[in-house]
Design a protein around this ligand. Sequence first.
Ligand code: ADP
Ligand code: ZN
Length: 217
Amino acid sequence: MTNIILLGPPGAGKGTQAKRLVDGRHMVQLSTGDMLREAKTSGSEMGRKVADVMARGELVTDEIVIGLIREKLTGEAGGGFIFDGFPRTLAQADALAVLMDGLGQKLDAVIEMQVDDAALVSRITGRYTCGGCGAVYHDSTKPTKVADTCDACGSTSMQRRADDTEDALRTRLMEYYKKTSPLMGYYYAKGALRSVDGLAAMDDVAGAIAKVLDSAE
Ligand code: ADP
Ligand code: ZN
């Protein structure tokens, strides 16, 4: 069992790679972004509380996301956990270390996905997702074959994230540089940081991540 963190700015491709690891290695993806969006959709009190913060591109409180992760860590671990979008602050990283310790688990690697900002902006503003199966598309680089119809499952409910606008993206990037990028130094100092080129072709990124996983086992 291998537990990893995928670290990188919004649009680096963390979610895409995590889904491949779920399919290929039966790992369990823990995406706090997905959990928060589900809470929002379900209309729970917490979901209502975080909706505006998320739409602006700001981070929600450590307390909320640590609580979400704590709940999921007691569940099925499969081939290991992929932390996607968590931790995003040093406080979250410390809390994760304590939670993993308590479970007798360890982090095997922290994989930094390196990309440049120009690529992020074009990747994110143009992105849409199938509401049926989660397949990800893009207006210019990967449109659906038939407009607004999923190639994979035929669903016609295409969704755009409320925070995939230029304004919110600017805030998300600033939050990343101020609060999340210090984690690279933190995990480097722990000897856990591995970097892959997030701008390479999707299969090549997957290959680079597979290499890290195989050497961590
Ligand atoms: P991105 O594509 O920007 O990496 P995510 O789907 O991971 O986005 O997260 C979307 C939003 O959810 C973030 O901008 C933030 O508001 C909130 N969020 C997700 N994970 C965390 C976290 N670990 N700590 C604080 N806020 C979070
Ligand atoms: Zn679909």
